[in-house]
Write a protein that binds this ligand. Structure first.
Ligand SMILES: N[C@@H](CCC(=O)N[C@@H](CS)C(=O)NCC(=O)O)C(=O)O
Length: 245
């Protein structure tokens, strides 16, 4: 079994009170590692500990255009003593280091889906998930999350939770969600994944986002999977979601 072997990677993940992964970008990496059966162990970090811990490991901060200077996922590849921060760079490293089975990182269809998902899902997720994420954080992380997110929103998190506003946010993205789901079904004759028979980066991107929704609020997850396409991809990825801590 993969996870009985000596860990080859330490995956730095975001802590929550459920002690499981709930970050969409960390899930992308976790799905890749689980699919490729790479043995790894997780170190969960509370929000306020991300920067001091990663700085202490010698990592350089993201450039000043990034929202946060230090982020998870970050990995330590033990054998080569390599530290990498940022999900895309980590995905490229994993693909280069563990090419079998392959996880296609780019495709025309995949790029279109990821770009459209960012547009369609982001506003609705921000409205529904950001104010509820605090419910699964420790008191220290809650304080950090509220302070940083309210500074960027310019208002209290709870202002997003007005029911009519939430409904409007989902209605506004309904057509885009439907179109996105249809795109995901493009290759359904060949298999349940975006590119057909086997998973790629896009499937893990979509599944990671859906799993985040599910961990924060099951109702938000249910809102998404009622659109055709989402449930198919998510269920096809379930075998690679077993290791979540
Ligand atoms: N572009 C980065 C984004 C990563 C990111 O924003 N991660 C969040 C957790 S989901 C984080 O570490 N935030 C640090 C903070 O809020 O200080 C990636 O894809 O790795």
């Amino acid at each position: 079994m993969a996870n009985e072997r000596e860990p080859e990677i330490v995956l730095y993940d975001l802590a929550c009170t459920k002690n499981i992964c709930f970050s969409p970008v960390v899930w992308i990496i976790r799905l890749m590692l689980n699919y490729k059966q790479v043995p790894y162990k997780t170190t969960f970090l509370e929000f306020p500990d991300i920067e001091p811990t990663l700085k202490g490991l010698g990592l350089l901060s993201h450039d000043c255009t990034s929202k946060h200077k230090y982020t998870v996922p970050t990995i330590h590849h033990v054998r080569t003593n390599t530290y990498i921060m940022d999900s895309l760079r980590i995905a490229q490293f994993i693909e280069a280091t563990y090419p079998d089975p392959p996880v296609p990182l780019t495709s025309e269809l995949g790029s279109e889906i990821v770009a459209k998902a960012r547009c369609a899902l982001s506003p609705a997720f921000r409205t529904s998930l950001m104010p509820r994420e605090i419910n699964i954080l420790s008191p220290r992380s809650q304080e950090y999350f509220r302070r940083t997110r309210e500074a960027s929103l310019g208002h209290p998190l709870e202002d997003l939770l007005v029911p009519e506003k939430e409904e409007q946010a989902w209605e506004a993205v309904a057509d885009a969600m439907r179109a996105l789901g249809e795109l995901m079904l493009t290759n359904k004759a060949e298999g349940p994944f975006v590119l057909g028979a086997s998973p790629g980066y896009t499937d893990f991107f979509i599944t990671g986002s859906l799993q985040t929704a599910r961990e924060i609020d099951e109702a938000v997850f249910q809102r998404c999977i009622k659109y055709p396409g989402f449930k198919e991809v998510y269920e096809a990825c379930l075998p690679y979601m077993e290791k979540r801590d």
